[in-house]
Structure formats: structure tokens, C-alpha cells
Design a protein around this ligand. Sequence first.
Ligand code: NDP
Length: 341
Amino acid sequence: TRVLLTGGSGFIASHVLDLLLKRGYSVVTTVRSQDKADKIKASYQSNYDNGQLDFAIVQDIAQLGAFDQAVVSEPPFDVVVHTASPCHFNITDVKKDLLDPAMNGTVGILKSVKAHAPSVKHVVYTSSFSAIMNPGKGDWPGHAFSEADWNPITEEEAYKSPLNGYRGSKTFAERAAWEFMEKEKPNFTFATINPPVVVGPVIHSIDSLDKLNTSNQGVLKAASGKWKDVIQPTGVYLWVDVRDVAEAHIQAFEKPEAANKRFFTTAGVYSNKEIAAIIKKHFPELKDLATESTPGGDYPESSRDALYTYNNKRTVDILGLQYMELERSIVDTVKSFQGLG
Ligand code: NDP
């Protein structure tokens, strides 16, 4: 089976790539520059040498037709996994920096596959809990989020802040993708992976911890003494380990029952206070850690009952996921920081 993976330099994609290669798939991954390709190559030299891994440069997924060439290969692709999309809030222009790459990239790759890659049978897309959540409902006690939920965010709201812009980008891109499927009825199946906050070990190449991916930032702050006086409020109280997310991407094209479904890949509920406690327990040598008496980071009213929950049954039943525990995930994440400097 030959797979095109977009955005191979990213946090999540690097784990998808690692699993694909370990499982024997033939992979071409897109990156923005030759330099990024070279860094990945250095980690997988033998896979590259034996032809199992190759690269295609796609500089900017916001450009129309960006994937027209990348989807064509010899031998042809069977599967496309689309993860590339901006995942940070360090932006100046919501449309240019977030909405355009997310929407053009996602609809664009579906168009390119339909027009130029008739051999592709499955497309898997990394959407997000951002396309499921409903911030207007607050803590929404009693509600269990699932694949049935959609974020009602409007375009006007998306322009209000970088965070809204990101959430809008994921919501609108996923909606547009399903609309494409409905209207165009292409010859491939489509599935989306919708993770909440993804944490886990960093295996992609970053120059320093300053460049750490967005969703691991909380763990880094906890481990580097930034929560010494006050633990940061927990934004989204649902999490998942990156290795489970990577597995989900593969099962979503491997399992025939996964076709044309969303998957709310969620390991559980967590709070920043719990993350701080896990780090204190396993890395007592780290400086300036929060302690049991440090304020902040707790559940609303200090109780999980005052908060929404989740239903991840579909991901267990169809994708066969067995979710990792928070404790192991956080320990592995912090270990992966050590040595990155
Ligand atoms: P990263 O920032 O590590 O990865 C993002 C990837 O997208 C990078 O490879 C980046 O390339 C690429 N990319 C961004 N913008 C462009 C562009 N305009 N043109 C070409 N490539 C681009 O983040 P994650 O791995 O966390 O995110 C991967 C996907 O997962 C995203 O779709 C994100 O929305 C989704 N997601 C992430 C969650 C999380 O908690 N991490 C939760 C839910 C969904 P480069 O590195 O060269 O900039």
C-alpha cells in the first residue's frame, strides 16, 4: 500500500510517518522545503535508501492546485493522509494565516486526488475537537461530546481572535470537505480524525524547545517552572496521546467500517492541576514545580461533574483504539523534552 502523507514535518504527522514506515507502507510525505525533507531523511535513512520513503515539496497548501503534482506518483497512491494545516495562534491575519491554508488545503487535496489520482481509495483528514466543541455552552455539565456535535462558530466569530480563527479554520475546512464528498461523489472514501489536545513525545526535528508544537506547550510550562505560583487555567479539558492519534489515522483507512465517518479520538478528561501533579511525582528533581497547594488549573468547582464529558465509543469499536493513560503520556512527553534544550 502506498500512502501520501501531507505535512510530514509536524508533531502529529511525524508519529503517523513513524508508524507507517514501521508497518511496511510505502510513503511519500510532503514538506515545505528541501531542508525539512533532509531532516526527516536523516532519521529514516535506510527507509529512504531502500525506496520506502520519499518526499514531495509543497510550499504552501493555501495555493490553488498546491497538491496537483504531489498526488501523482509511480507506483500510484492508494491512500492519502492529510494532516498539514496551521496549528498555532501566532498569526496576524486570520484569513491568510489560518482559514485559507486550512480550507484551500483540505478541499484542494480532495480536488487534486479526484482529478489526478484515480488509484486513491481512501483519504483520511486530521480535523479537530475544534470542529466539535461548543464554547458558547461553557462547561456544559451533563453533555457528552461525540461525533454528532458540530462547532456552531460563524465566520464573523472566527475573525475575533487567533484562537477563534484556528477553531473556525478546522470547522469550516471539515464542513467543506464533507460538502465536497456529498456533491462530487468521488471514487474514494473519506474519514476524519478529530482529536482534542494532543500531547506526547516529540520525535520531529525542532531546533530548540522554543519551537515546540502548540499542544505540548502546557506540559512544557509545567515542567519548566512556569506554573510555580499559579497553575494556568485548563482551556480544553479533553486530551489524547499522539501515538493513539497516529494509530487512528492508520486504522481509519485500514478498517472498511471506518469509511465516511468522523472519529472523536479522545483518551479522557484532564486538568492542568493533574498534569502538574504527575510531573511533580515523576520528576521531583525539576526546579520550581507547582505543588499540591499551588492554586489554579483545577476543574470548574474542583469537580469533574461540573464539566462536559465525552463519548469515544466509535473510536474503540471501529478503530480498535486502546487509549494510553495520562500518567504515562505525560512522563513520556517530559522525557522527550530532556535533551532538546
Ligand atoms: P504542527 O504545527 O506540528 O504541524 C503542522 C504541519 O502543517 C506542519 O508540517 C506545517 O509545516 C504544516 N503547515 C502549516 N501550514 C502550512 C502551509 N501553509 N503550507 C504547507 N504546510 C503547512 O501541528 P500538529 O502536528 O499538532 O497539527 C497537525 C494537524 O493536527 C493540524 O491539522 C491540526 O489542526 C490538527 N490537530 C492538532 C491538535 C493538537 O492538539 N496538536 C488537535 C486537533 C487537531 P511547517 O512545519 O513547515 O510549518
